[in-house]
Design a protein. Structure first.
Length: 355
């Protein structure tokens, strides 16, 4: 059986997803550094203790951190730990927990997901109030949580003021606020704010904290901000198959990302490449060089959504991989990562134009 070809030419960078990118070299170095001797398993190691300290630094002294393997697991675990079995979770219809997790929050977490229509992937207090039905009726799952994606599946970003308004509304209605923060770093970098400025400081109760999309190797975390929820997390993490025996190798990665500014450097670079791509495509559109090409959302993170004629899509795919967006016809998603280069972006624009 032939070995996998690991030459760079065999694995060119593309725009399919930030999940497709390699692990960041600083993260690989952190794993190697942690690969020494023996250390207690299941989170009893010093790397996990350090990660807990870092989360308190970012989110406040009451933060409790729980490393897990993946984003879907983090979302299910976070919501399940905070809610009773009869709860419903209001989210955007386009949200990952509603559309892209094979029903895991419902089938594994036992929670009803209510997907509300939005124009740009962002909930508002009015949208949340309009999605509440059956409050107090035993025939309906009870709306007890709001979940927002930051940044959203459409690449848009909630401001602190928008999140604070959502949190006020949710708390007035006896609901908790969960943030799916798989790209929380991209949102914070776009807003030029700290991670806590758009979560703990504005009323968020619990977070699914991203890592894999920002250069980690299968490491995410749940961070509980509200000490009144999540008391069963230690038990649910094991029950939900998210407790790592050699947790130090997850925690070492998370420490590498959040100890200094690696999270911001990586996210800001990916965002910058998306801005370069959007600017280049805007120039193509202004010059009418590709009739039918249109940027369809504000570029506020590391992704550009564009409407693209089928023949243009086919032409560009001869050189680069990228995804069709299943929620709307003729829309493609062009995702940048921490290792996307300016040359990659310029080459994609040239492929779209046909140069």
């Amino acid at each position: 059986m032939p070995a996998v070809d690991t030459s760079p030419d065999a694995h060119p960078r593309n725009f399919g997803s930030d999940n497709w990118a390699r692990a960041h070299p600083e993260v690989i170095a952190a794993i190697t550094e942690a690969n020494v001797g023996h250390a207690p398993g299941y989170g009893g190691d010093p790397w996990t203790a350090r990660f807990h300290e870092l989360m308190q630094h970012h989110f406040g002294p009451e933060a409790q951190a729980f490393p897990v393997f993946n984003g879907t697991g983090a979302n299910v675990l976070a919501l399940q730990s905070a809610l009773p079995r009869w709860a419903a979770v209001i989210t955007a219809a386009s949200a990952h927990i509603n559309y892209d997790e094979t029903g895991a929050p419902e089938k594994v977490g036992g929670l009803k997901i209510v997907g509300a229509a939005t124009e740009n992937g962002k909930l508002t207090p009015e949208t949340i109030k309009g999605a509440i039905i059956g409050r107090g009726d035993e025939h309906n799952a009870q709306p007890l949580a709001v979940s927002i994606s930051q940044s959203t599946e459409w690449g848009t970003t909630y401001t602190p003021e928008e999140i604070a308004a959502i949190a006020r509304t949710a708390h007035e209605l006896d609901m908790i606020v969960h943030v799916d923060g798989s790209r929380l770093g991209n949102a914070a970098a776009h807003l030029d704010l700290g991670l806590g400025d758009i979560t703990s400081a504005v009323g968020v109760d619990i977070i699914s904290l991203g890592g894999t999309k920002n250069g980690l190797l299968g490491a995410e975390a749940v961070v509980v901000l509200n000490p009144d929820i999540g008391q069963g997390m230690r038990f649910l993490r094991k029950m939900n198959l998210q407790l790592a025996s050699k947790m130090r190798f997850l925690s070492a990665q998370l420490c590498a990302l959040y100890e200094g500014d690696l999270w911001r450097r990586s996210a800001a670079h990916a965002n910058g490449m998306a801005q370069r791509l959007a600017k280049g495509l805007a120039e193509v559109i202004a010059e009418n060089r590709v009739p039918g090409l249109e940027i369809v959302q504000n570029v506020e993170s590391n992704v550009v959504f564009a409407r693209m004629p089928a023949e243009v899509t086919a032409r560009a795919r001869q050189k680069f991989a990228f995804a069709n967006w299943p929620l709307e016809k003729d829309i493609v998603r062009l995702m940048c990562a921490f290792d996307t280069t300016a040359d990659d972006v310029d080459a994609l624009i040239a492929a779209i134009v046909g140069d």
